[in-house]
Design a protein around this ligand. Structure first.
Ligand SMILES: [Zn+2]
Length: 78
C-alpha cells in the first residue's frame, strides 16, 4: 500500500471581468409540462423582471427559473 502525500496548493477564483454576466428566466409554470417560454439573455436584471411581469399579465403564469451567468477564472494564489 502506498501513501499519497497531498500538498496544499492555494488557488483563488475571480470573476472574469472581460466577459459580461447575463441574466435570464424561463417560465416553468404548467400542470403537466413547463411553459418553457424564455426571456432571452440580458446584461441587467431589470429587463428580465419586466418580461416576467408581462408574461404573467399575458398568460397568468407566475413561476420562473431564473439564472445569473458569469465567467470565472481560477489561478494560483500568490
Ligand atoms: Zn409561461
Amino acid at each position: 500500500m502506498t501513501r499519497a502525500v497531498m500538498r496544499f496548493v492555494p488557488y483563488k477564483t475571480a470573476q472574469d471581468v472581460t466577459a459580461a454576466p447575463t441574466y435570464e428566466a424561463v417560465c416553468v409554470s404548467g400542470d403537466v409540462e413547463d411553459c418553457g417560454e424564455e426571456s432571452g439573455q440580458w446584461l441587467t436584471p431589470h429587463p428580465v423582471e419586466v418580461w416576467m411581469r408581462a408574461h404573467r399579465a399575458d398568460t397568468g403564469h407566475g413561476r420562473f427559473r431564473r439564472a445569473f451567468v458569469d465567467y470565472a477564472e481560477v489561478g494560483r494564489a500568490e
